[in-house]
Design a protein around this ligand. Structure first.
Ligand code: UDX
Length: 456
């Protein structure tokens, strides 16, 4: 099928590339000429395992191309995905200006029936706003009857596993209108996604509003599990309980399950923080409060301070003359994404307290520097005390403690003896619970994890 993706950011590129790999002819549109030039010269603007090779092979096969030409891109697709950003407004609501601008461009160039798919995460009612913009644009061209139908098809992929998640979806949510155009759109969407439904029907068809809400509900539920465990982990630290044993103990109940119950430094990234805030905001707009989710957000903000608190407990609030090794900057492994990354809170706090930092991250170094320059724009001199190490172990030399923020694989089984020899004192503050407290104790470390107190 012919498919157009509007917005060649994270979700757009992954969606377009994977759909091309399934045999469709895909055109990815972006207004950013530099991004399109980079993609056309074989570069990839984001870090995502497996994506670059897939882009290359599908571009070479002639199934995937990149353009800034709006008219050509709109004409190309039977199905047009809107996959542009929805950054949070100052009040936490999702800013729809890019989504509605994309709808306007479609309306200005559309001829004949098109399926317009909202792939971006958008609040309830956006499908209707997109349809209104399209209708207005068509009326202005004297084409009120050129057909279209707006479909909501939220994306559930995780950064770092995006290609795999797209190619092996748990479910495909399709929100469609209950009219003739909606049924025509549904038939086309079913054809597009048929390869995923061969052995097992994964499609959930519903109305547009419910589909839009489903995406927020999924992320809000996962964020709730994380904040719940972080809250319990902080209590576990005080009452001598190992939260990891508790996780296993409760996860074995199939009603609970094991996943997304890891205590840590709080959730970050481009989705959970933004989507939780947006849902809280939608509720308030409708005269209701989502009290559970408001607490989820408050607990998460607080949890981003957990490593700062542990470092201050160990060294006091004045860190002048102290040096810390820091492992991991990205908000999670296998990505260079620094959006809402807990490391940003930690780095700023340690630098403000006078510390030196030697940080390591396998891929996020440039992104991290960029983010931290923004965070510390008013106090740029602080960054003079931040350095980067090329290898994890290099960061440890002469450091007062190692602080672990992101659970990259490379940090999972270090040589503890070498680690101890390099550190000035054997202290590890672990925001991701990577090691067994007993093993660390046996190796002679003081080990401060999240909800895993040392015994004895
Ligand atoms: C998330 C959703 O998983 C995905 O379905 C949606 O489409 C986008 O948002 P992503 O933000 O890429 O994906 O990462 P995810 O792996 O879900 O992790 C989110 C955050 O939660 C990370 O900061 C991670 O460290 C944290 N997390 C996750 C925990 O602290 N504990 C857990 O048990 C799981």
């Amino acid at each position: 099928m012919n498919v157009t993706i509007i917005g060649s950011g994270y979700v757009g590129l992954v969606t377009g590339t994977c759909l091309a790999d399934l045999g469709n002819h895909v055109v990815c549109l972006d207004l950013d000429q530099r991004k399109i030039d980079l993609l056309n010269s074989g570069g990839v603007p984001i870090y995502e395992p497996g994506l670059d090779a897939l882009i290359q092979s599908n571009a070479e096969a002639g199934r995937l191309s990149f353009t800034t030409d709006v008219a050509a891109a709109v004409t190309h697709g039977e199905i047009l995905f809107i996959a542009v950003g929805t950054p949070p407004d100052e009040d936490g609501s999702a800013d729809l200006k890019h989504v509605l601008a994309a709808a306007r461009s479609i309306g200005q160039h559309l001829r004949g029936f098109k399926v317009v798919v909202d792939k971006s995460t958008v609040p309830v009612g956006t499908g209707e706003k997109v349809a209104a913009v399209l209708r207005d644009a068509l009326a202005a061209r004297d084409l009120p009857d050129a057909g279209f139908s707006v479909v909501s098809n939220p994306e559930f992929l995780k950064e770092g596993a995006a290609v795999e998640d797209f190619m092996r979806p748990d479910r495909i949510v399709l929100g469609v209108d209950d009219d003739e155009a909606g049924q025509r759109a549904l038939a086309l969407m079913r054809r597009l996604y048929a390869p995923f439904n061969r052995n097992h029907e994964r499609t959930r068809v519903m109305d547009v509003r419910s589909a839009e809400f489903t995406k927020y509900a999924a992320n809000a539920m996962l964020a709730t599990r994380i904040s719940f465990m972080n809250d319990l982990a902080n209590l576990a630290d005080r009452v001598g309980v190992d939260i990891e044993l508790v996780r296993q103990g409760i996860g074995s109940d199939p009603r609970i399950g094991y996943s997304f119950l890891y205590a840590g430094t709080g959730y970050g990234g481009s989705c959970f923080p933004k989507d939780v805030q947006a849902l809280v905001h939608t509720a308030r707009e409708h005269g209701q409060r989502l009290r559970v989710l408001e607490a989820v957000e408050a607990v998460n903000e607080d949890q981003k301070q957990v490593l700062v608190r542990k470092v201050f407990d160990a060294f006091g609030p004045d860190l002048a003359g102290r040096r810390f090794a820091l492992w991991g900057l990205a908000f999670k492994p296998n990505t260079d994404d620094m959006r809402a990354a807990p490391s940003r809170v930690l780095v700023a706090a340690l630098l403000r307290a006078g510390a030196e930092i030697v940080a390591h991250d396998p891929v996020a170094r440039d992104e991290a520097l960029h983010a931290l320059r923004q965070d510390l724009a008013a106090e740029p001199a602080l960054l003079e005390r931040l350095r980067f190490a090329d290898k994890p172990m290099q960061a440890l030399e002469g450091a007062d403690a190692l602080v672990i923020v992101t659970e990259w694989k490379a940090y999972r089984s270090p040589n503890l003896a070498a680690m101890k020899a390099l550190l000035k004192q054997p202290l590890v503050v672990d925001g991701r619970n990577l090691y067994e407290p007993e093993a660390m104790q046996r190796a002679g470390f003081r080990y401060l994890a999240v909800g895993r107190p040392m015994r004895g």
